[in-house]
Design a protein around this ligand. Structure first.
Ligand SMILES: Nc1ncnc2c1ncn2[C@@H]1O[C@H](COP(=O)(O)OP(=O)(O)OP(=O)(O)O)[C@@H](O)[C@H]1O
Length: 280
């Protein structure tokens, strides 16, 4: 939009001082959310007074020490947990979840796993097969409808899990370390796939990871959380010119800066565990 002059009849109405500019539609809004799992309040809240807005079509990466409440935050957005106080709204509609493990049903084929999600969504039986084929095609697994889960590699299983999540027809995708158990090359390929799917679908994505480079490679924004209680402490808008890859200079540079902050957060709050290891 070209900026319009106040007083010009042809300008958009929101260019007038008394009309607020159009805001980007929010898909997820957490407003001063506190979450405790203990009833007596004897332990620090897992999340304390957390506010976060994710716009429609935005890709946000979430980083923080192990146990700082990232998965809890996703569970709140997914409606699996209720906040102790504050509000969680998803004007972007319901959310689909994807985890580190594909959580596919091993007794079903790849296609049947997707068809199950379609069934739960109310898609008529006659349409499920074609739709499952289409979704397998979206994740570059055309022709794998009849493959058994145990016949698929870890990367292929995560592709099926992604297709199944897409089959839920959600506008929000919550991803909890979905590529953590994959080897570096497979992860790299899936990064490209995920970005391709994200660009094609315009989904709002919240992506939890311990891998700083992955967070920067994928996210338009990176949010860093502190622990005990979980809070957002710093945010980076990722503006890297040109194609973004895990080994890009821009990704490296920003990852270094974020890693320093994350290390500081881990040292300050968290009990070190193997999974709190920082990878940049
Ligand atoms: N259902 C629950 N009941 C009791 N405590 C819980 C529950 N879910 C999570 N917690 C606690 O909340 C804290 C945050 O856990 P959460 O899994 O959200 O952290 P995280 O940042 O995702 O950790 P990680 O990076 O290791 O996966 C932990 O101390 C955990 O033990």
């Amino acid at each position: 939009m070209t900026p319009a002059t106040v007083g010009d009849e042809r300008h958009e109405p929101w260019a007038r001082a008394d009309v607020p500019p159009p805001t980007v539609q929010a898909a997820i809004v957490l407003d001063r959310v506190t979450k405790r799992f203990d009833r007596d309040g004897s332990r620090p809240a897992v999340l304390q007074d957390v506010s976060l807005t994710v716009a429609e079509g935005e890709f946000v990466s979430l980083l923080g020490a192990s146990g700082c409440g990232k998965s809890t935050l996703l569970a709140l957005v997914a409606g699996l947990e209720a906040p102790t106080s504050g509000t969680v709204a998803t004007p972007g509609g319901h959310a689909a979840l994807m985890f580190q493990e594909s959580a596919l049903f091993p007794w079903l084929t790849a296609g049947q796993n997707i068809e199950l999600a379609l069934k739960l969504r109310g898609v008529p039986r006659a349409e499920r097969r074609d739709e499952a084929e289409r979704l397998l095609d979206v994740v570059h697994l055309a022709g794998q409808h009849k493959s058994r889960v145990h016949e698929l590699s870890g990367g292929m299983r995560q592709r099926v899990a992604l297709a199944r999540a897409l089959g839920q027809d959600a506008r929000i995708l919550l991803m909890d370390e979905p590529f953590a158990s994959l080897d570096a090359i497979t992860r790299d390929v899936l990064h490209e796939e995920l970005i391709r799917v994200w660009e094609a679908t315009g989904l709002s994505v919240v992506f939890v990871t311990h891998n700083v480079r992955e967070a920067v490679r994928l996210g338009q924004r990176v949010e860093l959380m502190s622990s005990r209680p979980g809070r957002f402490v710093r945010r980076w808008e990722v503006e890297i010119e040109g194609p973004r890859r895990i080994e890009s200079a821009g990704v490296s540079e920003l990852s270094k800066e974020i890693t320093d902050d994350l290390r500081r957060e881990i040292r300050r709050h968290a009990v070190p565990t193997p999974s709190s290891e920082v990878r940049s």
